[in-house]
Design a binder for this molecule. Structure first.
Ligand SMILES: [Zn+2]
Length: 65
C-alpha cells in the first residue's frame, strides 16, 4: 500500500513535470526569440533577419543605406 502510494505520487509528479515542460516549451515557442538589440520578441524564422535590420543594432548600421 505504502509502496503503491509512493509510485502513484512519483507518477503524478512525473506527469506534472512533463506537462509543465511542454507548457513552457509551447509558451516560449509562441513568444519567439528575443532580439538582443531592442529586446522585442520575434518568431524563430524572423529573429535573424530582424536583428540585422534592427534599429538598435549599431553594429550593422554601415550595411544599411
Ligand atoms: Zn530588435
Amino acid at each position: 500500500m505504502d509502496k503503491n502510494l509512493k509510485t502513484t505520487i512519483a507518477t503524478v509528479a512525473a506527469v506534472v513535470l512533463v506537462g509543465a515542460g511542454i507548457f513552457f516549451g509551447v509558451t516560449s515557442a509562441k513568444k519567439g526569440e528575443k532580439c538582443r538589440y531592442c529586446g522585442k520578441y520575434y518568431p524563430h524564422g524572423e529573429i535573424m533577419g530582424h536583428q540585422i535590420r534592427c534599429d538598435k543594432n549599431k553594429e550593422s548600421m554601415s550595411f544599411r543605406k
